[in-house]
Design a binder for this molecule. Structure first.
Ligand code: GRF
Length: 203
């Protein structure tokens, strides 16, 4: 299974996917890393890992549709089967999302459906939740709304700041995303009636 990873920044989840994909028997191969920001640190990380990494700068296009057409063309060149969003900060049009339905996944730093959107760690602290975490889900047109593939929970501890809590969540993301991608690549995360059927052990 050929996977393209889309990033906008640091790329630590991308790096976790690249590392996991090196293991013998891992069911997916990372064939390209694409960033909508030319200055994304993750592009350098990906190149250092020997991967093909390139920017498709959204600012170079006059509309979302043209940007996505360029992205789509790169995905075709690399013959991607699955698109994995990893800190990719552009909303996609419904038509792009529909074209990749069931083949595009995202990681979100909260236990969905709680805390969709940005600043999830600040909002988790403000809400006083005792458990926080991360979610890998299929991408659908509604932001952070697609069928949930896998989740990992972490405790919220006394004295946590958003940064400390965020680091705890990020460590969980780096374990969860490779495991969830493997499940998708193996066909073990089928969408049935709008939800991912639970087929195996919890991740
Ligand atoms: C992660 O917290 C991810 O869940 C969110 O954006 C952040 C990206 O970090 N979608 P990185 O670029 O993978 O380091």
């Amino acid at each position: 299974t050929r996977v393209a990873v889309l990033i906008s920044g640091r790329g630590s989840n991308m790096a976790a996917l690249i590392e996991a994909a090196k293991a013998p028997g891992y069911p997916a191969e990372i064939v390209a890393v694409l960033s909508n920001r030319p200055d994304a640190k993750g592009l350098e990380l990906a190149r250092a890992a020997g991967l093909h990494a390139e920017a498709v700068d959204h600012k170079a296009f006059s509309s979302r549709e043209e940007f996505e057409a360029a992205l789509e063309a790169r995905l075709e060149v690399h013959v991607a089967d699955i698109v994995a969003l990893a800190g990719f900060m552009r909303l996609m049009t419904p038509s792009f999302v529909e074209r990749w339905a069931g083949r595009m996944i995202n990681i979100h730093p909260a236990l969905l459906p709680a805390f969709k959107g940005l600043h999830t760690h600040e909002r988790a602290l403000a809400a006083g939740v005792r458990l926080h975490g991360c979610t890998v889900h299929y991408v659908t047109p509604g932001m952070d709304e697609g069928p949930i593939i896998a989740q990992a929970a972490v405790p919220v501890l006394a004295g946590d700041t958003a940064d400390v809590l965020g680091a705890r969540v990020l460590a969980a993301e780096h374990r969860l995303y490779p495991a969830a991608l493997a499940r998708v690549a193996r066909g073990e995360a089928p969408i049935v009636a709008g939800r991912v059927a639970i087929t195996g052990e919890d991740l």
